[in-house]
Design a protein around this ligand. Structure first.
Ligand code: ADP
Length: 303
């Protein structure tokens, strides 16, 4: 495997679509709805972070007649941490949940426009939502381990996804990658729910990692955690970035400033529809934003 890049410099907001042969093969395997746990040749190569993993085009998100998000167009780069910030109710979580079709579970939710992943329209009828969610995992606001042992929290999803390898190795590898192995290796048969909040959240990250995703979506993953546990998750995000693309919604601006490469600032209009004001390298959004609205928000003047 080629060593992934560890460069943490900002990337251009507009990155090129990944049109390589490899991407074409990934599209095909998604359309065949194959579950190929164990990695689909999607580990990173140097330079991948300049490619767009997602392309969002004219996306509007609705609940029934209510338009919660309007006209979003942007790209999301590979191997980077992209943070979504903005006032409460501007549609950050709604938008995030469309990146892995989690909103399929909300009957009134629908969209116009598209989100392409490796060039595939995620909402194409031929694309299997279960496979989408395996490749694009999610970590929620409140840590939600299964009411099972630590070990089973890791093996459960992998088994359903058809993992045929050595489960002990998978458990250790996933827990190590989520920086929690040393804390739990002697109590793998104890309930995941008995861990501290921060440990539970890292267990949930390990669970997400166990099915070899490509992307991890995080919806305010630290809002229920204390500052020490929060820092551990942020450090972990930077370690994971070499192998995964991370999208994080956060209400905590310091967290976005500390723990992301790119920042998307959203706000909402009088009709309460959220929209994208500005997206760019995090340092620019926080120190030299292009829009007054962004400046007012990041300097704490509103929101
Ligand atoms: P944010 O994450 O920025 O706080 P949300 O995406 O949670 O914003 O919410 C955006 C808008 O969509 C809000 O007006 C919210 O009330 C509405 N909304 C969110 N979830 C649902 C739902 N399941 N059904 C109807 N409206 C919803």
């Amino acid at each position: 495997m080629t060593e992934p890049t560890t460069d943490r410099g900002p990337v251009a907001a507009d990155v090129k679509a990944d049109s390589s042969k490899e991407a074409g093969q990934r599209v095909e395997s998604m359309q065949k709805m194959k579950v190929d746990v164990g990695g689909g040749g999607e580990r990173r190569n140097p330079g991948d972070e300049t490619k767009a993993l997602f392309e969002v085009e004219d996306l509007s998100c609705y609940y029934g007649d209510f338009r919660a998000v309007r006209d979003v167009s942007m790209t999301v780069p590979m191997n980077r941490i992209t943070a979504f910030i903005g006032p409460s109710g501007c549609g950050k979580s709604t938008l995030l949940r469309w990146f892995n079709r989690m909103n399929d579970l909300v009957p009134s939710a629908h969209i116009t426009g598209s989100i392409k992943y490796h060039g595939v329209d995620l909402n194409d009828d031929r694309v299997d939502a279960v496979e989408v969610r395996r490749r694009i995992g999610m970590v929620f606001q409140k840590p939600n381990p299964f009411p099972k042992s630590i070990r089973e929290n890791i093996t459960f999803g992998a088994r359903i996804a058809g993992y045929k390898g050595n489960m002990d190795e998978l458990v250790e590898k996933s827990l190590r990658r989520a920086a929690i192995w040393d804390e739990v290796k002697d109590k793998l048969n104890q309930p995941g729910t008995a861990l501290s909040g921060g440990q539970q959240q890292r267990l949930c990250i390990a669970r997400a990692i166990a099915v070899e995703p490509d992307v991890i979506l995080m919806d305010e993953p630290c809002s229920a955690l204390d500052p020490v546990a929060t820092l551990k998750i942020e450090e972990l995000m930077f370690e994971l970035r070499d192998e995964y693309t991370i999208l994080i919604v956060t209400h905590n601006m310091q967290q976005a400033a500390r723990a992301s490469d790119e920042t998307v600032f959203m706000t909402m209009g009088e009709d309460r529809a959220g929209y994208l004001v500005e997206k760019g390298p995090t340092t620019e959004i926080f120190t030299n934003p292009k829009h007054q609205l962004t400046e007012d928000y990041v300097s704490g003047r509103f929101g």
